[in-house]
Design a protein around this ligand. Structure first.
Ligand SMILES: [Ca+2]
Ligand SMILES: [Ca+2]
Length: 96
């Protein structure tokens, strides 16, 4: 924050802002790198890494366990992504 002189100590504290559902949705959609409308394990892993997951590979696995309704190993952006977003929202990732 340039040119800002905090008037008291509390303003130095890092304010953690949780991602909104919409932001998380956008991030997941952005990680459909090959554009097939499905999120693969590798794509999920990268998305969770961006969200700040400590262990993205685990989240990619656990997220699919929650949201992969038809069990094909992929998250369908049309049909299954909502569930995955709810799962990710519940983890409380914060911006920055
Ligand atoms: Ca894909
Ligand atoms: Ca699926």
């Amino acid at each position: 924050m340039p040119n800002m002189i905090p008037s008291n100590e509390s303003e130095y504290k890092l304010v953690k802002i949780p991602y909104t559902k919409e932001q998380i949705l956008k991030i997941f959609k952005r990680y459909d790198k090959n554009g097939d409308g499905q999120l693969s394990k590798a794509e999920l892993k990268e998305a969770f890494a961006e969200l700040g997951a400590i262990w993205p590979a685990f989240r990619a696995w656990d997220g699919r366990r929650h949201a992969d309704d038809n069990g094909d190993g992929f998250i369908s952006i049309d049909k299954e992504l909502d569930k995955l977003v709810d799962y990710a929202v519940g983890l409380g990732y914060t911006v920055n």
